[in-house]
Ligand binder design. Sequence first.
Ligand code: DC
Length: 224
Amino acid sequence: MEQYSIAIDGPAGSGKSSVSKEIAKILNIVYIDTGAMYRTVGLYCLRNHINLDNAEEIEKALQNIDMKITLSEGKQTIYLNGEDVTETIRTQQAGKAASDVAVIYAVREKLVQIQRELSKGHSVIMDGRDIGTNVLPHATVKIYLNASVEQRTNRRCHELMLLGKEYNKKRIEYEIIQRDENDKNRKYNPLKKAEDAIEIDNSNMDMEQTIKTILNIIKQKINV
Ligand code: DC
């Protein structure tokens, strides 16, 4: 079968990564998590006390970041200057720092190049904010996965509860709204639905239903 690519974009907490991982398994294709790359740059900046409002400082820092990504058996592993940071970047703090560094053109340029390289030579499902609009503008299938702020807040609270962590629901809701604002209103490649993307609002769907809906859309386009 011909190679194909699936772009999944949408706001934080819409379930993009869980859904993409599962679909990658079902279709036996490569999953690429682009948010992890912005998180890695964010983590480097946090660790090195770089001012996240200072584009020049971040651009300089970028020269000291050697990012390597391996894709094996459906799992993406990401290395920052030789250290495996795949798990370390999964914090709220690194997510916020990722959203801050993602406004800078030089950061996006470097990461988009890596993402396009990684997508070559095999069928992929890639998730992020600008995949359908910028990274893979000719993707075979484009999905914009959305959900209400209320539902995304509830999901995040539920995750934290399962982890046994304390949380403040109002604070989580505020952070989600802030992240949406930051990602949608930046100058370069902001979060938005590509013209030819199919929007799915999964506020009232569980994971299984969301996966089923997306798989049906994929099957209409590709003979998988
Ligand atoms: O998907 P995530 O929560 O891991 O992404 C973290 C941040 O990285 C997100 O708020 C904005 C940025 N990002 C981006 O600008 N473009 C992408 N393709 C992926 C993520």
